[in-house]
Design a protein around this ligand. Sequence first.
Ligand code: PLP
Length: 346
Amino acid sequence: MKEDLQVYDNVLQLIGNTPLIKLNKITQEFKGEFFAKVEAFNPGHSAKDRIALYIIEEAERKGILKPGNTIIETTSGNTGFSIAMVSVIKGYECILAVSSKASNDKIDMLRTMGAKVYVCPAHVSADDPRSYYQVAKRLHSETKGSVYINQYFNDLNIDAHFNSTGPEIWNQTEGKITHLIACSGTGGTISGTARYLKQQNPDMKVIGIDAYGSVLKKYHETKEFDASEIYPYRIEGLGKNLIPSATDFEIIDRFVKVSDEDSAHTARELAKTEGLFVGYTSGAATQGLKQLAEEGEFDENSNVVVIFPDHGSRYMGKVFSDDWMEEQGFFDTKNEIEAQPIEFIK
Ligand SMILES: Cc1ncc(COP(=O)(O)O)c(C=O)c1O
């Protein structure tokens, strides 16, 4: 191969260094400048590529993971896809315990990447033997030579973002970032990114986005786990029914809750206003941004970075389907079908 051609040895070399893209129309009424860190530009189309590669390479470095071993994880989809992708390149078996909330498309994607998938009921408590946490633990104990990534309770999840997402945002904003807005699921993205950024500038603000039906916001405010906060919701990957140790609650200044319905409409709005076809939690993060702007969180000097975790193609049967939106009753209150009508030529 000629030296001047830019060629990658494999797909893993494309992980990270995602672009920061200015938001224009959707934020035009707000004071400040707004930028999206678009993680869909990773080869696995989500921020989870970063943690999959980092954690697997740390395990290799420590000699825990050897050729032919099995990697096991609980995942609502994205982490599983990234682990499966890394496993294909590096030659590992991949077993995934997935929540039944994950779309069929996501499950088929994992299977296409060679993973063995177990679908577990979403609305059972974390200590129920059917929950995806318990199923993964059981499979780990039953599978010889297996490694359990355990993203909710693995500090390396935080370190992956501390070493990549944080420095990238600091450099891309030339240190001018004033606010970081990020969804919190495992908490790895927000905690690692914020830990790096606050080391550079302790005055910057870090805001986590949580779902109604999740315990994170209340835990942050009271340090108490309140099970009465838990009820089913639709957004995948955001909020939690347990307290993940991969979340550094001290580094987060505050949490904002967003609804399933507002987040879905905002995800569709991002496509129509910014040309950014991104996932449901990107809509949730932008919905949180809107709520913060409306309550006066930002001023003319604010440089706000919001992390968009994944790509819109993963939600074709959900937020980008008019039928799904209608079934959820999401068009009732806004009273509009936002996608263009289809014209059939006979
Ligand atoms: C689509 C999506 N958005 C946001 C998140 C939250 O990221 P983190 O787990 O790093 O808090 C996840 C994590 O599972 C996700 O899959």
